[in-house]
Design a protein around this ligand. Structure first.
Ligand code: NAD
Length: 377
């Protein structure tokens, strides 16, 4: 890692994010929001011409839009102003090779989820991260929302008592029929997505959110996964019953075939003295139920917000912030890490490993109709 990172913006390269892609361009916006970080390079596509096209669209130096990642790492290492980290925004099967190449070159990694395509790969990656000289982080985007962090802090402070019930749902409808899109094609292909379809795409977000906010680990699960649309090799619909380490019961629903649903991520956690309710589509409001019957609506700008949440907003209350700002909070955390300060809320490889264990355990337990099984990482 380069030594002068305190006095300048951090420089990053995007892997993926080529023409017509989804999340790469949003990583670029989120990373640059606070002017702590700037996009300077990339291997934006597996096709050299398309990588060059993306580089031009991102307005980076033409010479730094590379045909592939290996060429990029070599060229950037030779520059005095080379990259500090890469963001990996390629389909899942490419996450391990990309992270491995970067970390072996001493370059930090911000990877999109799931950590890898398989649990075996995630274990390999965990070993690489453990011995790497540069940090690794994972964009479980929803953990960047200020009011998600507020819910987490309140639960840790005992605001709802002992957690007894967790309901997390993530409902989408975009895969309800046969669909001809690049994003759908790889997500439904086991070679590129891994063992899980919907469970790996959005179920894993719901799972991370539930563990992140409760501070509890899921220890057992009962999974029922399937594909509603005929001919699919991977699940497009799933429900799981969960048991947490403190004995709390829970349920996780993730589906991409619920017509009319867009990005319906909702988390409800109930304790023996209260509860919380948060929805991604109205992220600036956290409902807190108190044991004495009061319901409190917590919003951006409230004087009651703790530090984790209050510092996560950029505009005064009443000015809606959302997905991009939540995403940017993860980059702000990552910038801190790269400058030598801890950022304990930023997801990392242990979260990635747990997500991969969730996906594979659920897929196999459902397929074999094994009923309740242990979640072993
Ligand atoms: P996409 O198909 O829209 O884009 C993938 C991009 O990667 C394309 O530009 C493609 O050309 C490029 N690519 C493929 N192979 C490459 C290679 N070898 N080298 C360089 N570039 C290559 O996919 P997407 O929807 O943007 O998803 C990408 C990743 O982000 C997936 O792992 C997905 O799970 C994750 N994702 C996360 C979130 C989130 O909320 N954090 C949201 C969407 C997607």
């Amino acid at each position: 890692m380069r030594n002068d990172r305190h006095d300048r913006r951090l420089r990053f390269a995007l892997i993926g994010g080529g023409p017509g892609s989804f999340i790469g361009a949003l990583h670029r916006i989120a990373a640059e929001l606070d002017r702590e970080i700037e996009l300077v390079a990339g291997a934006f596509s597996s096709d050299a011409a398309r990588s060059a096209q993306a580089g031009a669209a991102y307005r980076i130096d033409r010479a730094r839009a590379y045909p592939d990642m290996a060429t990029m790492l070599q060229a950037e290492a030779a520059r005095p102003d080379g990259i500090d980290f890469v963001t990996i925004a390629t389909p899942n099967h490419h996450h391990l090779p990309a992270a491995r190449a970067a970390l072996h070159a001493g370059i930090a990694v911000m990877s999109d989820k799931p950590a890898t395509a398989t649990l075996k790969e995630a274990r390999e990656l965990a070993e690489i991260v453990a011995s790497a000289s540069a940090p690794y982080a994972l964009t479980y985007t929803y953990s960047g929302y200020p009011l998600v962090r507020e819910a987490r802090a309140r639960i840790a402070d005992g605001a709802i008592g002992r957690v007894v019930k967790v309901i997390v749902e993530y409902s989408q409808g975009w895969l309800a029929g046969a669909i001809d899109s690049k994003q759908a094609a790889w997500r439904l292909d086991p070679e590129r997505a891994g063992a899980g379809g919907c469970i790996a795409d959005i179920g894993v977000h719901a799972f991370h959110l539930a563990e992140f906010v409760t501070g509890l680990r899921v220890t057992r699960l009962l999974a029922d996964l399937g594909s509603i649309v005929p001919g699919r090799a991977l699940d497009d619909d799933s429900q799981l019953l969960l048991r947490f380490e403190n004995g709390a019961r829970g349920a996780l629903l993730a589906s991409q075939v619920m017509i009319g649903e867009r990005n319906g991520l909702r988390l409800r956690i109930h304790g023996d003295r209260g509860g919380i309710d948060w929805r991604q589509e109205a992220p600036n409001m956290l409902v807190v139920h108190h044991g004495d019957g009061r319901t409190e609506i917590v919003q951006a700008g409230d004087a009651s917000l703790g530090t984790d949440a209050a510092t996560g907003f950029r505009a005064p209350g009443g000015h809606p912030e959302g997905y991009l700002e939540a995403f940017a909070n993860l980059y702000r955390d990552f910038a801190k890490v790269l400058r030598g300060t801890a950022a304990p809320l930023l997801p990392g490889i242990s979260d990635g490993l747990r997500g991969m264990a969730l996906i594979e355990t659920a897929v196999h337990a459902s397929h074999d109709q094994r009923g309740w099984v242990d979640l072993i990482v």
